[in-house]
Design a protein around this ligand. Structure first.
Ligand code: NAD
Length: 501
């Protein structure tokens, strides 16, 4: 049984004796415990970060970049170990876990360019013998609070840039799959990052609340469900912090009648059931514009029935279990609700055969196979609520306009996709849809590291998205300097408002 601890000031720390259990989702067995930080534990991490900050801030840009390059090489070398840790606690298949490490590494690679990213502007001679220039400086101690579904990638959206900018960082990972955080910490140390610049506090609401209230924490990045994102944003900003809080999602794929239906079916199944649907950019609703519905459902079902569901560490598995028992039960409860709300269950994931086990509902572990619901009515709970599991809903619509109205009428605005061969229709969609990340014949349009990731509406509280140049902006504050080097003719007192001369 492993015991996952905190990482404070470059070392593992026990902290408060309170713990919670970690499960192996493929078997349902307890595989270890994770420490749950007290207020004193968080205070110790903040103190370590605050002490490390001035030295790191004053480390040259080039030296900071060198540490990032080294971290990148170490993380790449340990990617299999990282993927195995993720798979064992989250349940996702090994290849998918490797994919999240790769996408996280892209942010590290972006952050290696920090000397260029932090270049300011300079204007010579804004007034006679007066120059102006801008610089950006780190905030100080910043925190990242992250969800269970990407235990490596989501923290890596945050800390490479925060640290490259010269901040000291405290990670509060999900208590459901905390082990990845400690491998990251070890690799930072090996890369030469000074102790205290990267810390991990394991924990729950107690740790989160203390981070939100602590006067020395200047900025908080959060990714998780919408109710907690809203709470983190409101509480953090009320305590004077800069906060970016990314929330939940319900992503729709709009299928126009001219689309290639084989491409659509491949894309819908990949984006709906990859990582058992536990992705904030998963496609959970297909809006099939008449007359494509019947043919599309048939093509989706054919593909779903060929999927192999099994443990994440079995190379044959394409989809693993869900993260916890209560989460699996909640997701499965939507199948009965769907029937009550007038939808048709065309593939029932409770009946799916699990590799090495029996049918999903009877196999130990947190299993639910890929589920397809057809004739889902717009506005029902199954349609509007974030289910966050392997449940794909098909909604039949009569036109582009009806589909667009359904998407724009929703609570969330994280991701969406349009499938069509009509460039004009795609262009109109990208202009009219109220969503932050849009795919055109691409089902999971996660922006590259050099762009920024973030949704609209209840999918993001705050005004900066994560990583890319917006990430650099979030983790720094701007200054503009106006300077004049006097010469003998400087001119004396002038009470007028400064204007250029
Ligand atoms: P969650 O909101 O339950 O937890 C996220 C973090 O908040 C965890 O670190 C958790 O310990 C902490 N937390 C939970 N309850 C809290 C409380 N009452 N007070 C303070 N802190 C609390 O989310 P999750 O279940 O871990 O992750 C899944 C959710 O994350 C989904 O809604 C998914 O859409 C969302 N998500 C969004 C994005 C995005 O980019 N928008 C990315 C990944 C996941």
């Amino acid at each position: 049984m492993k015991a996952v601890k905190h990482w404070i000031d470059g070392a593992l720390t026990d902290g408060d004796p309170r713990t919670s259990e970690i499960f192996n989702p493929a078997t349902g067995e307890v595989s270890g415990t994770v420490a749950l930080a007290s207020v004193a534990d968080v205070d110790a991490a903040v103190a370590a970060a605050a002490a490390a900050f001035p030295g790191w801030r004053d480390t040259s840009l080039v030296k900071r970049a060198q540490v990032l390059f080294k971290f990148r090489e170490l993380m790449y070398a340990h990617r299999d170990e990282m993927a195995a840790l993720i798979s064992a606690e989250h349940g996702k298949v090994h290849g998918d876990a490797l994919g999240e490490v790769a996408r996280g590494l892209e942010v590290v690679e972006f952050a290696c360019g920090i000397p260029h990213l932090l270049k300011g502007g300079f204007s010579e001679g804004v007034s006679t013998r007066v120059d102006s220039y801008s610089i950006r400086q780190p905030l100080g101690v910043v925190a990242g609070i992250t969800p269970f579904n990407f235990p490596a990638m989501v923290p890596m959206w945050m800390y490479p840039i925060a640290i490259a900018c010269g901040n000291a960082f405290i990670l509060k990972p999900s208590e459901k799959d905390p082990s990845a955080s400690l491998l990251m910490a070890r690799l930072w140390k090996e890369a030469g990052l000074p102790d205290g610049v990267f810390n991990v506090v394991q924990g729950d609401k107690v740790a989160v609340d203390r981070l939100l209230e602590h006067p020395d924490v200047r900025g908080v990045s959060f990714v998780g469900s919408t109710p907690i994102a809203r709470y983190v944003y409101e509480t953090g900003t009320a305590h004077g912090k800069r906060v970016q809080a990314l929330g939940g999602a319900k992503n729709h794929m709009l299928v126009l009648p001219d689309a290639d239906l084989d491409l659509v079916a491949d894309s819908a199944v990949s984006a709906g059931f990859g990582s058992a649907g536990e992705r904030c950019m998963a496609i959970s609703v297909v809006l099939a514009v008449d007359p494509v519905g019947d043919e599309l459902v048939q093509k989706i079902v054919e593909r779903v029935e060929r999927l192999t569901v099994g443990p994440g560490d079995d190379p044959a598995s394409e989809m693993g279990p869900l993260v916890t028992g209560p989460h699996r039960d909640k997701v499965a409860s939507y199948l009965d609700l769907a029937v009550e709300e007038g939808a048709k269950v065309v593939v029932d994931g409770r009946e799916t055969a699990v590799k090495g086990g029996g049918k999903a509902s009877e196999t130990p572990g947190f299993w639910l196979g890929p589920t397809v619901l057809d004739q889902v009515k717009p506005g029902t709970r199954v349609h509007t609520e974030e289910i966050f599991g392997p449940v794909l809903s098909i909604v039949r619509v009569s036109s582009y306009e009806e589909g667009l109205e359904i998407i724009n009428g929703g609570e969330f605005g994280n991701g969406t996709a349009v499938f069509t061969n009509d460039g004009g229709a795609a262009r109109r969609f990208q202009n009219e849809v109220e969503v932050g990340m849009i795919g055109v014949n691409v089902p999971i349009p996660v922006p590259m590291a050099f762009y920024s990731f973030g949704g609209w509406k209840a999918s993001l509280f705050g005004d900066t998205h994560v990583h890319g140049t917006e990430g650099v902006h979030f983790y720094t504050r701007g200054k503009v300097i106006t300077s004049r080097w006097l010469d003998p003719s400087h001119g004396g007192v002038n009470l007028g408002f400064p204007t250029n001369k």
